[in-house]
Design a binder for this molecule. Structure first.
Ligand code: UDP
Ligand code: MG
Length: 316
């Protein structure tokens, strides 16, 4: 089923992209004009200090399908995406970089999968051009470590380039985390998800707006919002002093060497073990507090069947 008049919203976070934003807009408009769907392009200016806004506004005068949300300062890529989603009205929403690293030619493939019944279609990078070896290695390591630690099964090597249908976007917008890790949130909400492979291009112009400090913040936000494991590290580490303490006590009793230093070491090892254990226990409670504070919905129902009409409006 292909509905000719479907509206697709494209959300593009922008931070100091004056060097390439014009090319991005023109390429996207050119792409959009050849499609059967209707499109709106929603740019979210994340506190740019350059002429990005002026360039976008100039294009807006020629095309009413371009929209702009301006942040009062730089709040970061993830919040820019979240804000953009709030302003979308399309039946499906595509999120992409404003530097043409995510090729528009992939969008029809995503739409095709959506028409096949998928709620979320994420872009999986098979190749990344124009990025430093350091970035490729750290990104690849992060996704693999994250997979081991996190409670969600986030697909490897996916960024924020993806299509989501209306019901997925609406659920995503119910998450109100202060420092959102959007790609994790999207996995968390569930529904039918699939991927399309794509070749990540080189930036059209300018430098990456993700210096190491922002990459580290993103990685930490990801881990702290989807893994409680670091909170329990102390529990694991406590095993070392406790087991050593037991050996030390055994040695003390067998050798009958009751010197001050042997007794002291034994007591020290046990104390350290108990301290670490206490920290681990605190961590477990803190984990529960964090979950409560995150205030995500406890579950999401995708469909109900066989109910009478009056039971349909239950809210979660
Ligand atoms: N961006 C943003 N706020 C920031 C950093 C980046 O809105 O604080 C935008 C940026 O303009 C781009 C997208 O987010 O459209 C992804 O950033 P970038 O392309 O620099 O990241 P990379 O592709 O190098 O990982
Ligand atoms: Mg980019």
């Amino acid at each position: 089923m292909v509905i000719m008049d479907q509206l697709i919203s494209i959300v593009l976070p922008v931070f100091n992209e004056e060097a390439g934003i014009k090319a991005t807009i023109d390429t996207l408009l050119n792409y959009v004009e050849q499609q059967k769907e209707r499109y709106e392009l929603i740019f979210v200016d994340d506190g740019s200090k350059d002429d990005s806004v002026k360039i976008i506004e100039r294009s807006m005068q020629q095309n009413e399908n371009i929209k702009l949300v301006k942040f009062s300062r730089n709040f970061g890529h993830q919040l820019a995406i979240t804000a953009g989603l709030q302003y979308t009205t399309g039946e499906a929403v595509v999120v992409m970089d404003a530097d043409l690293q995510d090729p528009p030619e992939v969008i029809p493939e995503m739409i095709q999968k959506w028409h096949e019944g998928y709620d979320i279609v994420y872009g999986k990078r098979i190749k990344r051009d124009g990025e430093t070896i350091f970035k490729k290695i750290t990104a690849s390591a992060f996704y693999r470590i994250f997979k081991k630690m996190a409670t969600i099964d986030m697909p490897l090597d996916t960024g924020d380039f993806r299509l989501m249908n209306r019901r997925a976007v609406n659920q995503l917008l119910k998450l109100h985390e202060q420092d959102p890790f959007v790609r994790g949130q999207v996995t968390w909400i569930g529904f039918k998800q699939t991927s399309v492979m794509y070749h990540r291009q080189e930036r059209i112009a300018g430098e990456t707006k993700y210096p190491l400090s922002k990459m580290i913040k993103l990685a930490l936000d990801g881990i702290t919002s989807f893994s409680m494991k670091p909170l329990q590290f102390a529990n694991i580490f406590s095993v070392v002093p406790i087991v050593s303490g037991i050996f030390s006590l055994g040695y003390l009793l067998i050798s009958r060497n009751y010197s001050l230093s042997s007794i002291g070491i034994t007591i020290l090892l046990f104390t350290l073990g108990l301290l670490l254990l206490s920290v681990g226990i605190l961590g477990s409670y803190l984990g529960r507090v964090l979950e409560q504070v995150n205030d995500r919905p406890r579950f999401i129902v995708s469909e109900t069947e066989g109910f009478q009409e009056r039971n349909k409006g239950i809210r979660h």
